[in-house]
Design a protein around this ligand. Structure first.
Ligand code: GLC
Length: 425
């Protein structure tokens, strides 16, 4: 069974390989996505290390001069996706979007180095990538934390990777829709509209893109100019984990300056995360940076926080929350709390389970000594695959597969889970 699943997963990675990069799935997402690629590289690394490194190299070849790594690289023309390069108009040699995504590259590269069967190849490729990843992290703290709080804000929901989370609903009230150019969505031609974001949300996504475009994609201006500035605990945890993994690698490669700076980012980040903790909810919450208030929305972002090295009482509290959620659903981890009125078991990031997030939560909790809940998450993830195949996301009650199928990062995580131990405590 295990071998069979791994073979199926490999075939998906091969099928979605466009030569140097993978698409998340055929049809729905025909380009290279940032965090998809970094997580997919983990899957490749179990059977083709060279190809795994190339996936990340190709992404970083499209890094912006200011350090940002864009969320989409439009390697080839394809009118099956909206918004394409003609909407973003970022003026890059290979067209890209103008916003970023969760910075998981530092973590992925460290993992590739740690498990390398070809250590020389790994050292060469990692050495070349390290300063680029560090430049991206510096960009975050410079451009997305101008007040030096230790936590970065996202300025568009797509940056979080959790496009239509309940977390954004209230802040989105502040995002206008006037002046949005007429558009025709492509996603609902590929996937069930009732499983996707709404039209009202799409208009606001596009309003923000047009606003940033009108400022020439100048990252010294975008943060302050955005009516949407949200500090997401999951996003920050990924950044903190990547900084700390990068610091470890930089020490190994004797890159003292990068090591010291990356370590300082991580330590400051862990301390700053306390501002996002809610005793009442028993988890971390997003913060609306414009008002300074915590957003009272118990989403998976506050559990994904466990991917960073948190103080052990916090990790224990996250494990407890997960155990309680596990009593409400058949498959952990729902992307939103099922007891909340806004929960929707089928709609994208408002309830369904996503395998990549499961993987990161389980990895973090294993490291912080919360192995039993981590094991439940992994077992549930594998049951989902056996029952419903390699979908984009799943209903946490019924395991119904949703969104795109034959999904690259889902397949990669299956290979990862079946092939290796998670980071030991
Ligand atoms: C959706 C997801 C995002 C992902 C992208 C490609 O936009 O919300 O996290 O990176 O699809 O798979």
């Amino acid at each position: 069974m295990t071998d069979d699943l791994i073979e199926q997963a490999k075939a998906i990675l091969r099928r979605n390989d466009r030569g140097g990069y993978t698409v998340p799935t055929h049809g729905l997402y025909p380009f290279q996505w940032n965090w998809d690629s970094c997580l997919s590289a983990l899957g490749f690394s179990h059977f083709d290390e060279e190809r795994a490194w190339t996936e990340i190299d190709t992404l970083f070849a499209n890094q912006w001069p200011d350090g940002m790594v864009p969320h989409i690289v439009f390697h080839e023309e394809d009118d099956g996706y909206f918004p394409g390069p003609d909407v973003w108009r970022t003026g890059r040699p290979v067209p890209t979007s103008g916003i970023t995504q969760p910075p998981v590259a530092g973590f992925a590269v460290r993992r590739l180095v740690d498990r390398a069967r070809d250590p020389e190849l790994a050292a060469d490729r990692a050495r070349a990538l390290l300063p680029k990843i560090h430049a991206w992290h510096e960009w975050f703290y410079r451009c997305r934390d101008p007040q030096g709080t230790g936590l970065v804000a996202i300025i568009h929901p797509w940056e979080s990777g959790r496009d239509n989370s309940v977390d954004w609903d209230d802040v989105f009230e502040r995002v206008p829709t006037d002046g949005v150019e007429p558009f025709s969505r492509r996603d609902i031609q590929h996937a069930n509209p009732s499983h996707r974001p709404t039209q009202a949300q799409y208009e606001r996504y596009i309003w923000l893109v047009q606003r940033f475009r009108s400022l020439g994609w100048d990252n010294t201006k975008l943060h302050d100019a955005s009516p949407f500035q949200v500090v997401d605990p999951g996003f920050n945890a990924i950044l903190i984990r990547s900084c700390s993994d990068l610091a470890d690698l930089a020490e190994r490669f004797e890159l003292g300056e990068i090591a010291a700076q990356a370590r300082a980012f991580a330590e400051r980040g862990v301390a700053a995360m306390e501002a996002l903790w809610s005793d009442a909810m028993g988890q971390y919450l997003c913060q609306d940076r414009t008002t300074g208030k915590l957003i009272q929305s118990p989403s998976i972002a506050g559990l994904l926080a466990g991917f960073a090295e948190l103080p052990s009482p916090r990790a224990a509290a996250i494990a407890k929350r997960l155990t309680l959620l596990g009593e409400q659903v058949d498959y952990l981890v729902p992307s939103h709390d099922p007891s909340q009125p806004a929960f929707d078991s089928l709609r994208y990031w408002r309830g369904p389970v996503w395998l990549i997030v499961n993987y990161m939560i389980a990895d973090g909790l294993t490291r912080s000594g919360q192995a039993s809940v981590a094991q439940r998450i992994i077992a549930d993830s594998l049951r989902l695959i056996e029952q419903s195949g390699f979908a984009e996301y799943y209903d946490p009650h019924t395991a119904e597969p949703c969104g795109g199928d034959q999904f690259t990062w889902t397949a990669a995580i299956v290979i990862e889970l079946l092939s290796q131990e998670l980071t030991p405590a």
